[in-house]
Design a protein around this ligand. Structure first.
Ligand code: C6P
Length: 388
């Protein structure tokens, strides 16, 4: 990178891809390219089998038992949009409430704002404290019989906070309120188990779990997916079309209109295989060690302030140094081959809550090492000297 070795510390934005994923994409396009569910020929059968095999792998990846409850979408964003569309069409009424938190990504705010505008429902927001921990007393106070859905992020992309989603789900279910969990930032680090969590919907993006971009997963409980209307319509999602009317396939087909991202699904399948062959508990321990060492060494830099100091965190560190603009921090580090993200991380309301328009963010994956941290700290020290 710019003549320097690379320290890739922007894993929360997207992860690097294992060779197995790149080879699966290459093999599909080179030797197996074909459309699915349509052809009677060999290639189409092969592609269909590989596509459907990934559905079963996706179910195993998140502890779901029924592969039909897996819907392939473009990513976490589209998964949430699919559910918000369904709730707009068939659940929400004027005066109903949708409960989200102050630490949501825009992908889990804007779709609900639109749903509220269209239906007359009201968006309620659970506050966070100065460490970036959810205010659970406020959550309990806001949760009521008017709440029609709780939609909450599992791990904050800006702060790293790991939210107590199991507690949230249990409390919501006690009032018969369904819960959507945004697993975009939890799935890269820890094994999510929807059966154990008991949530009603779970979304994540393929590119953050070492798979291709443009593909992701929405999981929903069968009863919910059967109840919600189709999101898009067209080929492949129908059972029978007549000019007088159309009948739709059952799940998952009902939600997968048109030719899907077949290569993406196959590549994602290779990412699931890769992760299944890994010691994920060991990987998480390594990431936690990186988080602890990086936190300690960054805090030793004079003028550095970490935004997001929850006791239970994933390996994401947002920080500021003196009054140096985060974009300048990012640009300076980039010149030394260190890739971080700078900006609002698609969480403007959250950063406003902390009184800052942007932060610099270093986020780790299992393939990062302690040398990456040394280089980061060295880069920031040089930057401080540079800016005087
Ligand atoms: N966060 C980040 O740098 P998509 O773009 O659909 O793959 O994922 C959206 C999304 C939803 N929820 C959370 C918690 C996320 O972190 C993201 C994506 C990236 O933090 C890109 S903004």
């Amino acid at each position: 990178m710019r003549g320097k070795p690379l320290s890739y510390l922007d894993n929360a934005a997207t992860a690097q891809k294992p060779v197995a994923v790149i080879e699966a994409l290459d093999r599909y396009y080179r030797a197996e390219n074909s459309n699915i569910h349509r052809g009677v020929h060999y290639l189409s059968e092969q592609a269909t089998d590989a596509y459907e095999a990934t559905r079963a792998k996706a179910a195993r990846f998140i502890g779901a038992t029924d592969p039909d409850e897996i819907i392939f979408v473009r990513g976490a964003t589209e998964g949430i949009n699919l559910i918000s569309h369904g709730f707009t069409e068939s659940v929400l009424q004027p005066g109903d409430e949708i409960l989200i938190t102050h630490m949501e990504h825009h992908a889990n705010i804007v779709p609900w704002q639109i749903a509220a505008q269209k239906t007359g429902a009201i968006l309620k927001v659970v506050p966070v404290d100065d460490r970036g921990v959810l205010d659970m007393e406020a959550f309990e106070a806001l949760l009521c019989e008017k709440t029609k859905l709780v939609s909450v992020v599992h791990v904050s992309n800006s702060l790293g906070t790991i939210n107590p989603v199991k507690v949230i789900i249990d409390k919501a279910h006690a009032l018969n309120v369904p819960v959507l969990v945004d697993g975009a930032q939890s799935t890269p680090h820890m094994a999510a188990d929807v059966a154990e969590l008991g949530c009603d919907f779970f979304v994540f993006s393929g590119h953050k779990v070492f798979g291709p971009t443009g593909i992701g997963v929405l999981w929903g409980k069968r009863e919910w997916l059967e109840r919600l209307p189709a999101y898009q319509s067209g080929g492949d999602m129908i059972e029978k079309v007549d000019f007088e009317g159309t009948t739709y396939k059952g799940i998952p087909g009902k939600f997968e209109a048109g030719t899907p991202h077949i290569a993406g699904v196959i590549g994602l399948g290779a990412a699931f295989d890769y992760l299944a062959s890994m010691d994920r508990v060991g990987a998480l321990q390594h990431e936690n060690a990186l988080l602890n060492v990086a936190t300690e060494q960054l805090l030793a830099i004079d003028g550095l302030r970490i935004i997001g100091t929850a006791p239970n965190k994933a390996s994401v560190i947002s920080f500021l140094i003196d009054d140096i603009h985060p974009h300048d921090i990012g640009t300076f580090l980039d010149a030394g081959g260190i890739a971080i993200r700078a900006g609002h991380h698609c969480t403007q309301p959250l950063l406003k809550r902390f009184g800052v328009p942007a932060t610099a963010r270093a986020s780790f994956a299992f393939y990062n090492d302690f040398e990456d941290i040394e280089r980061l700290v060295e880069g920031l020290t040089k930057m401080k000297q540079f800016f005087g």
